[in-house]
Each structure stands twice: as C-alpha cells, then as structure tokens.
Design a protein around this ligand. Structure first.
Ligand code: OAD
Length: 251
C-alpha cells in the first residue's frame, strides 16, 4: 500500500524518535463500531436532527430529555464497543518511545481501555458528568441511565456530560498541554480525524512548524494531507499495527 522506499523511511523515523504525539479522531474508533461524525461524504444525523444541533448547551437547557437521549444512546453504543488493533498499537508504543502523548478528540475512553496512560482528552469524556448548579464533577459509567435526564446526587440539578459541546471552547489547561507536547515532538501522527474542527485541527500545522515529521492515517484525504510528510490512505486498525518493533514499518 506504500512503496518500499517510504516504508523504509517510516521504519527509520520510528526507530529514532524519542518524543511522539498521536492525534486521534472518531475514525480510530470506527473499526470498534463507533460511528464517526463525518467521512464518506456524510454528517451524523440522529432522529432527523444534525448532531451539531443536539450536542449543544442550548439543547441541554431547552430540551434536556432529547439531549440526554442522544448521549444515553452513545453511551450504550460505546459501552458495547471494544478497543481495536489501532488503539492497542498506540498503547504498546508507550513502551517503545521515551515520551508518547495521545491527544484525542474522542470522548469514548477506548484509548484508556486499550492501556494508554498519557492521554489528553481535548473534548472531555462521556464517562464523566458534571453539575452546573453545585459544581460536582464525577465519573458516571451507568448504562442504561436510571433516569433521563440524570440528576445530581448532591443537589438534584440536571447533570450534563463532561464533554465539550458544539459552540464551547476546549479547556485552556488541556489544550496548552497538547500544544506543548506537539511543539516538542519529532514524530506527529494524525489518525482518523477529518481535521476540520478547531482547535485540534491546528495541531498538525503547529507540529510541522516545529519540524516534526507528520504522518497521516485515514482512508480519505483531509486538509492535513497537504502538509503531511506522508499520508497513508487506509484504515487505522490495519495500518498502525505495522508500526511496532515487531511490525514491518507500514508496508
Ligand atoms: P470526523 O467524524 O469528523 O472524521 C472522522 C475521520 O475518520 C474521517 O476523516 C474518516 O475518513 C476517518 N475514518 C473513517 N474510518 C476510519 C478508519 N477505519 N481508520 C482511520 N480513519 C478513519 O471525526 P473527528 O475528526 O474526530 O466534536 O471530529 C472532530 C470533532 O467533530 C469530534 O470530536 C466532535 C465532532 O464535532 C465535538 O463533539 C465537540
């Protein structure tokens, strides 16, 4: 799928890199059965509504039942999903590189379940909830939820998932850590993201500006393709396992 010469170069880059960043998006979980937001020419619609309309603070306030039905559905799909070969390959790279940072836009927790430990969740986690009324923030893995919308065990307020909703800003603390890891890495992989949502989409550009070698893995081209040193058109679960000490370098 990629020529011998490029495969050799990638093998070399992997052998020599000490600081590595992997930026992931919904596509890395596609082979686990978690639907992506975009790709294949379409955008996600649920019960006739675009998710950009449902997953918003306005919807949470105006219609918390519909809002939470969407999140309850996602929690059910994701709870049944298992990490795939791509999540597992990335987790194994923690033993291979001096510093490996996973920066994910996903809220599904599949990197953690595969064994990755250093993960920056730019868009939060579906498995945490918070209460805007009393400030409680806690893990919540209940599937199915006992009531919709779920209520705060402390004050009875309506909970919200601890995720970044459409129209909200990625928390400064997590993003500045992502920027720092990006600025100091030698190898930057971009896996399964359409790279159209900011601020995550700025990270491959930043990596390039700091002279990292940028590798993209995606079955489709994206805005990153134009700046990547190498784009491998393929599925993450099939490509990433090749990039391991016992793999054969992406060929
Ligand atoms: P998208 O759904 O926008 O893009 C998914 C990408 O994965 C597409 O480019 C697909 O071509 C690619 N893809 C599909 N199957 C793949 C596979 N098996 N292996 C590798 N790649 C594959 O997902 P994101 O870029 O993550 O934000 O979307 C970014 C953000 O947009 C999400 O975090 C979410 C959404 O709005 C919020 O909810 C705030």
């Amino acid at each position: 799928m990629i020529c011998e010469r490029v495969a050799e170069e990638l093998k070399e880059r992997f052998r020599e890199a000490r600081a590595v960043v992997v930026l992931t998006g919904a596509g890395i979980s596609a082979e686990s059965g978690v639907p992506t937001f975009r790709g294949g020419g379409g955008a996600t619609v649920w019960r006739g509504m675009p998710v950009e309309k449902i997953a918003t603070p306005e919807m949470w306030r105006a219609d918390p039942v519909t809002f939470w039905q969407w999140y309850a559905y996602r929690r059910e799909v994701i709870e049944r999903a298992e990490p795939n070969a791509a999540h597992r390959a990335i987790a194994a790279w923690e033993r291979q590189f001096e510093r490996l940072t996973v920066i994910t836009q996903n809220v599904d927790g599949l990197h953690q379940r595969a064994g990755s430990r250093k993960i920056l969740e730019l868009h939060g986690s579906l498995w945490r909830v918070r209460c805007l009324q009393c400030g409680l923030n806690m893990e919540d893995r209940r599937v199915p939820l006992p009531e919709i919308p779920p209520r705060c065990p402390s004050c009875g307020g309506i909970l919200r998932p601890d995720v970044v909703l459409f129209g909200e800003v990625v928390p400064e603390t997590v993003f500045s850590r992502a920027v720092a890891a990006t600025a100091e890495c030698e190898l930057f992989l971009v896996v399964g993201t359409s790279a159209v949502v900011y601020p995550a989409a700025v990270l491959p550009v930043l990596a390039k500006q700091h002279r990292a070698f940028v590798i993209e893995v995606n079955p489709e081209t994206t805005p990153v393709t134009g700046i990547a040193d190498v784009t491998i058109l393929g599925r993450a679960g099939e490509i990433l396992p090749h990039f391991s000490p016992e793999g054969h370098g992406g060929g």
